[in-house]
Ligand binder design. Structure first.
Ligand SMILES: N[C@@H](CCC(=O)N[C@@H](CS)C(=O)NCC(=O)O)C(=O)O
Length: 215
């Protein structure tokens, strides 16, 4: 099988390391046992330097043979469709997995990212707190009743949901034991640990060539 190529930045400041969304694709490849390599676009000038590959100047994007795909969710779905480990083959399991992948992005991350942004920029009253709290409480109820989101086993839905939930401020917001146990369980997976360590090493190595270990 040909190598998938995961594209990320050549360097990022320390803050986002371990959370840059190329990790979703690295993690999926690790879970599926797909060979992959990582290539980079420059962080400096990102607003304009790779718009043909990612129209918003962001990462990640994925190359697979002649295909090029941006949006981490689309890249993950592409990989998941090639691995039964990530996406069950039976219609029910597949539908449940896709449904929860979209829920991770469009019902949880859709709230959590703007909420997080208001938190880190020091908004006095974060107007999204009620909405955020409600969504996480609803998810807590679901996770209190089952170990995995779909198909009674780990799928790409758990990968994506966990990646959304593991963000420090999101994880520390409120007391939701089932969600915390879920995030711990899923991030304990060797494939996640390897993907995260590899991303950290990638950006640490870039400090050397960039000649700075700042910010
Ligand atoms: N919806 C996009 C979001 C991508 C995204 O936010 N990427 C971040 C890194 S994790 C980025 O490139 N940030 C730099 C920027 O927006 O300038 C996806 O899931 O791929």
């Amino acid at each position: 099988m040909r190598d998938v190529i995961i594209w990320t930045y050549d360097w990022v400041p320390k803050g986002p390391r371990g959370f840059v969304r190329d990790l979703r694709l690295r993690w999926a490849c690790e879970e599926a046992g797909f060979p992959y390599s990582v290539r980079t676009v420059a962080f400096d000038g990102r607003e304009t330097n790779h718009l043909e590959q990612q129209p918003f100047g962001q990462v990640p994007f994925l190359s697979d043979g002649g295909l090029q795909i941006f949006e981490s969710g689309a890249g993950l779905m592409h990989l998941a469709r090639r691995s039964e480990k990530l996406l069950p083959r039976d219609a029910e399991g597949e539908a449940a997995t896709l449904q929860w992948m979209f829920a991770a992005l469009n019902s949880i991350e859709m709230v959590s990212v703007p909420w997080w942004f208001l938190e880190i920029t020091g908004a006095k009253d974060n107007a999204l707190t009620g909405w955020m709290s409600n969504r996480l409480d609803q998810l807590e109820k679901v996770l209190g009743e089952r170990e995995w989101l779909a198909a009674d086993r780990f799928t790409a839905a758990d990968l994506l949901m966990t990646d959304v939930l593991r963000v420090g401020k999101v994880r520390a917001f409120g007391d939701r034991p089932a969600t915390e146990a879920y995030v711990t369980r899923v991030t304990d997976r060797p494939a996640f640990q390897k993907a995260r360590a590899d991303q950290m090493a990638h950006f640490a190595a870039a400090d050397e060539t960039r000649g700075t270990a700042d910010s």
